[in-house]
Every structure is written in C-alpha cells, then in structure tokens.
Design a protein around this ligand. Structure first.
Ligand code: ADP
Length: 212
C-alpha cells in the first residue's frame, strides 16, 4: 500500500506545528520540518560536505555538527549564500522525505504527514498527493511569534518577509485550514481533514485490490 502523502505548509506562526500535533494524535506518522532539515545536514550527508566546503569550518560546532543558527545568520544578509545553501539542502530534504515515505510503507500507515514550511518556494508541492495550507493572517502570526519566540515585532515581521505571499499559496493548496479562530475550531477542521485522508487511503487500497 502506498500511503497518502500529505504536506502541511503555511507561514511562520500560522499553526503548522499545532495542526501536525493534532494529526499525530489521530495516529498518523508525522515528520516535522525541524527533523527534516536537521537530518538533511547531518554529518555523512552530501549536503554536509558541500556546506562545510562553501561556508568553511567556522560554521561547525565543537562536536562536528553544523551550527544551524549561525548558518541562518550568514544567509540572512547574503542572497548568494542563501541560494547556494538551498541548492545543497533541498535534494537532501527530498531524500529524507523519500526515506520517511518508505518507513510509512513498511509500517503500512494509511498516510504520512510532512511539515514543509517552504513547500511552494522550493517546488516540492508536486511530490505530495494533498497540500494543506494552514492560514492565519499576518497580524495574528506576528503576535503569536512574538509570544512564542520572545522576539520583537520587527524580528517577527522580518522572518515573514522571506516567504511567498499567503494569497498565492491559498490558490495552490488543495485544502486550507483557517487558524485565526479558537483551537477547537481548528480541531474540527483537522477532524474533517483526517476523515478525508482516511477516505483517500481507503480508495487507494480498493484500487490496489482491483488491480489484483
Ligand atoms: P508554526 O509551526 O506554523 O510556526 P505554531 O504551530 O508553532 O506555528 O503556532 C504558533 C504559536 O501560536 C504557538 O505558540 C501556538 O501555540 C499558537 N497558536 C497556534 N494556533 C493557535 C490558535 N488557533 N489560537 C491561539 N494560539 C494559537
């Protein structure tokens, strides 16, 4: 059985982690964005070698791992370096996604959920069967990020500038979860999404059985 591939995307502070947690509680395997990006630059990956070669050993921690916050700092003010980093990391993230899909196949999971913040920006949306956009207007996102990360309004706002406008993403997503209201409302939307995913998974199984 091939699990249904679900992407959860959305701006910083939109509520992706909240939605992913709710889907995990329903028993679906969920791969967080942090896990994908952390694994993509682990020692031993192709991206690790390319990053050290390009940025130098000054971006390494004493234990040999890449200092990801330091790297983020470097690329913030250097567009060329940012492009280079993306060129190294995206294929590796993709390999990690393939691996996690393989895990889900082994476990006979009906679906696999991946949190991918820069999904459209990296062109990865085509790989997924269903793209879910968590949508929260910018003003609420700024307030939530200020509270969550203890940062100033300016810092929260500047993190959001690098992302594609939400209106464009809205048009491209298969499903939108509006997360500007109370959590209970979001939970109800996630329940509906989960039902839809299970229907899709059931249809996949039936199709496979018909083929014999
Ligand atoms: P993302 O993963 O997209 O960056 P999070 O899921 O971490 O966003 O949500 C950002 C912050 O906003 C978190 O502190 C979270 O608890 C809070 N939050 C998310 N959804 C809601 C909501 N519907 N109402 C109130 N707070 C929320």
């Amino acid at each position: 059985m091939v699990p249904v591939k679900i992407a959860v995307t959305g701006g910083i502070g939109s509520g992706k982690s909240v939605v992913c947690r709710m889907l995990a509680e329903k028993g679906l395997p969920v791969v967080s964005a942090d896990e994908l990006s952390r694994r993509a630059v682990e020692p031993g990956t192709a991206a690790y070698g390319q990053i050290v070669e390009y940025f130098g050993e000054s971006i390494l921690l004493p234990d040999g791992n890449i200092d990801r916050p330091a790297l983020r700092n470097v690329i913030r003010s250097d567009g060329k370096a940012k492009k280079a980093l993306e060129r190294f990391v995206h294929p590796e993230v993709f390999r990690q996604m393939e691996k996690r899909l393989e895990d889900a196949v082994q476990k006979e999971a009906p679906a696999v959920v991946m949190e991918v913040p820069l999904l459209f920006e990296s062109g990865m949306e085509k790989w997924f069967d269903c793209v879910v956009l968590v949508f929260t207007p910018e003003e609420s996102r700024i307030r939530r990020v200020m509270e969550r990360d203890g940062v100033s309004r300016e810092e929260a706002g500047s993190m959001m500038k690098i992302q594609m406008p939400e209106e464009i993403k809205r048009k491209q997503a298969h499903r939108v979860i509006d997360n500007d209201g109370p959590m209970e409302e979001t939970r109800r939307s996630v329940d509906r999404l989960h039902n839809r995913i299970m229907e899709k998974a059931g249809a996949n199984i039936r199709k496979k059985n018909e083929k014999g």
